[in-house]
Design a protein around this ligand. Sequence first.
Ligand code: HEM
Length: 391
Amino acid sequence: MSTTPVSDIDLFTDDARLHPYPLHAELRALGPVVYLSRHDVYALTRYRTIRDVLGDWQMYSSAQGTTMNPGMNADLANVITLFLDPPEHTAVRRVLGRPLRPERLRELAPRIEAEAEAIVGRLVDRGEFDAATELAEHLPMTIVSELVGLGEHGRANMLRWAAATWESQGVPNQRVADAAPVVEEFISFAMTEAVPGKLDPDGWAAQLYEAADAGEVSRDRCPFLMLDYVTPSLDTTIYAVSNAVRLFAEHSEQWDLVRSDPTLIPHAINETLRLESPVQQFTRVVTADHTLEGVDLHAGDRVLVLYGSANRDERKYPDPERFDVTRKPSDHLAFGRGEHVCIGMQLARLEMTALLRSLVSRVRRFEILAAEPVLSNALHGMQSLRVRTVT
Ligand code: HEM
């Protein structure tokens, strides 16, 4: 007799995308592994199970795609970095991670810090601004987009292409359908325009072709590796920053703590990512029949990794809904874990740290004037967050 908990909760309705946490709590209460009948997938709900599954790529493979969209999984399986297993993954990740290594980020830090000072100074002088667009988008759009080095047309469209690629990761719904032509446009740009001669010769994308010339990756793979830079490097960090401002606006006592002790900034960043994880889910495919937490899984079954649910698991984080900058949850799973752990996390931390440092020295209070969360198949953050700052 199967002991599998089953639920007909649909995590991809508009309401579920905007308010996932009560549903996650319901699923966590049912068990660590819950079969979601609407989408034929096993949801992983609790911290320990998710941590262990992410650490076992042999049993839980990425090579058949890691999204909830069967079409996208099939089209890009074994092509983009996210959809590879070792040993291919190890070789490709080495190349992809080169510009994100600590010594390269140390060179970049002064520029990011200066740009953060400048934008925060301008916005705070104005007193009212949209923290989701004018503040949070600034560093990814001015610095990261330039580092990728796609040229002006690429740069102007990156955010639109990236957002559409994230949308495509949902179960086939209207948002996926609407995103499809934009993703096609992006892939066509990658194949025909983002090629040597048209790329900034010092940019990250051009360096992929240099690695191909050196025999480190196949040349055919380069346009898709470029996707790996564009898609995850913008919206993720943008939403992380807008989530942070919203949380500090809503919990001014936590902002006071950080202002009185800025050494709390790294912990505040972790706590923000724990409580409002910008990436809500990816998936894996089971490679062999086995039992996970009492649930029989079979080769070919898909498991849904709910990062946001792991990070709010009451078994791991006491009183998990509470925003507490002194909690120090450095083991949160918002950047994933294991072979595919986020390769850009130190860049994201650098950007967030620079902005928070500049804000801490200037802003006493944030007051929210208007807030609109983003409706996305994959991400969690603010579409718009109009704030007034008190200095
Ligand atoms: C706060 C910001 C960010 C969050 C929350 C985030 C989250 C994640 C997560 C959860 C994964 C794991 C995927 C998996 O397990 O299958 C991941 C992988 C990845 N991230 Fe990030 N990310 C962020 C920023 C960035 C930035 C700034 C970059 C690039 C410059 C980046 C590039 C990547 C890449 C290329 C992967 C795939 C790594 C692999 O498959 O080996 N991310 N990210």
